[in-house]
Structure formats: structure tokens, C-alpha cells
Ligand binder design. Structure first.
Ligand code: SF4
Length: 289
């Protein structure tokens, strides 16, 4: 059994929140750069240039990439041979989020309950935490500050097996088309297919963590991803919703077995501020990825 202290978890989450909010991952920057070079529409080219300049400036000046610093998603891959000492894992994660947002003067966007008071909690907590138990004695933490513009345009639909791949295609296209400029394109489109309703939604969110340029390991799914990228970019929504060939940078599909009577599909849209940061902790040593 390897021990990891709650304090190490807290400090790591704090560091990852700040990093994610200020620095776009390399794969996202490269995809935006490639899109700018390939765009023939001058206005779309300009908008992609502005998005890239904004990202570079944010990293250089250590300021947020976007004013919406999001609700904080924390994905934990917890090795089964790890013991967390001196505290509860979820408290440590929440404390890390609170420290990052309060100390960093980041916009706090979380309200206490969704229906009645809607009172700002003041420190961007609670985060949404997803935990998977994995083999080994490491813990991997990924922080994703998720803005609401793209989240509000996301959707889940319970298709039936008879709808098949054609039904999935229609649903994905419908969600992206309806989002227009509201999701701040160019997008990354996360698609979760299978399980039941909740699992499909989780898979769609998790799909957004994949590096741009990666493909689903199943060649049939990978081919479907490529086909959807072409179809979505054919919609002409373009960067900022002002037209052009780059409505999405990638489509990532994740699948899971499902019931004989079901075909749940979730589409989670991610705007161009595709922020995420990860670290691996083993014993008390942490490596930022
Ligand atoms: S959708 Fe993304 S880019 Fe648009 S305001 Fe929200 S966080 Fe910012």
C-alpha cells in the first residue's frame, strides 16, 4: 500500500486549476494553428488568429483564457493500492479548487442549489468529481474547468436500436447545428454511446479529455469520428459562428456495451477554450503532464 496525503492532493488540484485556466494544452493550440493555416475564408482565419493570440497572451500574462472560468470537473484515476491519509479525498479536492479560485481571483460560477436560492458559493465549490478505481499505486488527476456556453448546447437522447448509426449521425448533427455560435466554435465534440443514460453522458464528457489527433481504438468507430468531422465542418458554422470551414477541431466517440433494447447517445460540446490539465502522484512525488 502506498500512502498519499490529502494535502498533496489539495495542492495538486490547486496547481492544476490555475494551469488549466491560463494555459491551453499543446494539442489544442496545434489544432487551432492548423485550422488557421487551412482556412481559406479570411474572416475565419482572422478569428482563429485572435483565438490563438488570446491563448498566447493568457499564458504569458498568467490570466484566464476566458472570463467564464467554469464549473470545475475533476477526474480521478485512483490506484487500488493507494491509501489517502490525513483527510478525505473529496474534501482535499474541494479545498484545492477553493484555494485556486479564491487566491487567483478567478470568477466563481457555482451556485448553491439549482432551483431556489441560486446563491453563489463564493469559492467555485463544489466541483464535479468522477472517480475510477484502477490497478496500481498511482493517482492521476485531471482538472477540466467547463464553461457553460458549450455545456448548455449539449444533449442526451435515448435512441432505440432500430435508429442505428444513422440515428446517431442525425442526432450529433442536430445538436451541433442547433448550437450555432452559442457553443463558441470551433468545437470539440464528445460523443458517448452505450450503457444507459447516465453512462452515455459520462462517456461524452470523458471523450473531451482525449488528445486532439487521437482516434478511438476500434477502427469502425474511428472511421465514424472522421466522417462526423467532415460532415460537421460542412455545416459552415465556422469559428465564432461567422462562417468558414472549421466548425469543429475533432469528434471523439467513446462507447460501452448497452441493453438489447437501448441505444443511448450523449453529445457534449466543448468550446475552443478546451482547458484541461493533468498530474500523476506516486507516493508524495507529483509530475505535471
Ligand atoms: S463557451 Fe467557452 S469560450 Fe465561450 S464563454 Fe464559455 S468558456 Fe468561454
Amino acid at each position: 500500500m502506498t500512502n498519499v496525503s490529502a494535502k498533496t492532493i489539495r495542492d495538486t488540484v490547486e496547481e492544476l486549476c490555475v494551469k488549466a485556466i491560463e494555459i491551453l494544452p499543446r494539442d489544442v493550440l496545434s489544432a487551432l494553428q492548423r485550422a488557421m493555416e487551412e482556412e481559406s475564408n479570411p474572416l475565419s482565419k482572422d478569428i482563429l488568429g485572435v483565438i490563438l493570440d488570446n491563448a498566447r497572451l493568457a499564458a504569458h500574462e498568467k490570466i484566464p483564457i476566458c472570463q467564464d472560468t467554469g464549473m470545475t470537473y475533476v477526474f480521478v484515476e485512483l490506484g487500488q493500492d493507494i491509501a489517502i491519509e490525513d483527510g478525505y479525498l473529496y474534501d482535499a479536492i474541494s479545498q484545492g479548487v477553493a484555494r485556486a479560485y479564491v487566491r487567483g481571483f478567478l470568477r466563481k460560477s457555482v451556485v448553491s442549489d439549482p432551483l431556489f436560492d441560486r446563491k453563489n458559493t463564493g469559492d467555485n465549490t463544489p466541483p464535479v468529481i468522477h472517480t475510477e478505481i484502477v490497478p496500481g499505486d498511482e493517482v492521476k488527476i485531471t482538472v477540466m474547468p467547463k464553461g457553460t456556453g458549450s455545456e448548455n448546447m449539449s444533449a442526451v437522447r435515448m435512441l432505440t436500436p432500430g435508429d442505428g448509426i444513422e440515428g446517431v449521425r442525425r442526432f450529433v448533427m442536430e445538436v451541433v447545428e442547433k448550437s450555432g455560435p452559442n457553443a463558441c466554435p470551433p468545437l470539440i465534440v464528445g460523443v458517448g454511446i452505450g450503457g444507459m443514460m447516465d453512462k452515455a453522458a459520462y462517456l461524452a464528457k470523458k471523450a473531451l479529455l482525449r488528445e486532439i489527433g487521437s482516434s478511438n481504438p476500434d477502427p469502425r468507430v474511428a472511421a465514424f469520428e472522421k466522417e462526423l468531422v467532415s460532415a460537421i465542418n460542412g455545416l459552415g458554422i465556422g469559428p465564432g459562428g461567422l462562417g468558414g470551414a472549421t466548425t469543429c477541431l475533432a469528434v471523439h466517440i467513446e462507447t460501452y456495451p448497452t441493453h438489447i433494447g437501448a441505444l443511448p447517445v450523449a453529445v457534449n460540446l466543448q468550446c475552443h477554450a478546451a482547458r484541461r490539465a493533468s498530474a500523476v502522484i506516486r507516493s508524495e512525488k507529483r509530475v505535471l503532464l
